[in-house]
Design a protein around this ligand. Structure first.
Ligand code: 5GP
Ligand code: MG
Length: 180
């Protein structure tokens, strides 16, 4: 798997160090509040696991299955594979995702929760934010790293469901992209 990577953009130590400061910020902001974290799956699985273990608050965790990408391109449609099961009425919600690209996924899910869940607040947290003009207006409340507009894999991010378990974030070789 490692030989499919042309360049490492963020290594594991760099990611985890940033998660320490991000988690401290979130902990300060939500102290004393009833917080439910909703992780968009599968992309934020690894990020969420590492981030949430650094937040010593009595929060609740739920997952939401979502997909908008096929291969290296956004399909322009957000598919809900399941809806949140947790009761969000009267709670503060923090939505977490792996990466903010066009903004379609996060804005769709956020708007859906704001309209239907009865949550007191809905904020967003992404590990990565791509440097692109966003087609769907959304600004994430918490951002791990700003990255250039390149297709990245690892640390939860996939290419056709592969590479999610790489411990770092990197860019695929042209050969690995061609293989699919
Ligand atoms: P958006 O809806 O903001 O366009 O895209 C968000 C979703 O697209 C992310 O949750 C992620 O699954 C996928 N995505 C966007 N950019 C990348 C990328 O560079 N690499 C990978 N693996 N997935 C991406
Ligand atoms: Mg994804």
């Amino acid at each position: 798997m490692h030989d499919s990577i042309q360049r490492i953009l963020l290594d594991e130590a760099t990611i985890l160090q940033r998660l320490n400061t991000l988690a401290a910020e979130i902990t300060d902001d939500y102290r004393g509040l009833d917080l439910t974290v909703i992780a968009l799956l599968n992309g934020s699985l690894i990020f969420g696991a590492d981030l949430l273990r650094r937040i010593p608050l009595p929060l609740q965790i739920d997952g939401l299955g979502i997909s908008s990408y096929e291969g290296t391109e956004s399909t322009g449609q957000v598919k809900f594979r399941q809806t949140p099961v947790a009761q969000l009425q009267g709670r503060h919600v923090l939505l977490i995702d792996d990466i903010l690209d066009t903004g379609l996924t996060l804005s769709t899910v956020r708007d859906h929760l704001v309209e239907t869940s009865g949550a007191l607040s809905v904020k967003t947290c992404v590990l990565l934010q791509k440097d692109v003009p966003r087609a769907h207006w959304i600004e994430a409340d918490y951002v791990g790293f700003d990255i250039p507009n390149e297709f990245v894999v690892g640390y939860g991010l996939d290419y056709n469901e592969k590479y999610r378990n790489l411990p770092y974030i990197g860019i695929l070789t042209p050969e690995a992209i061609a293989k699919g």
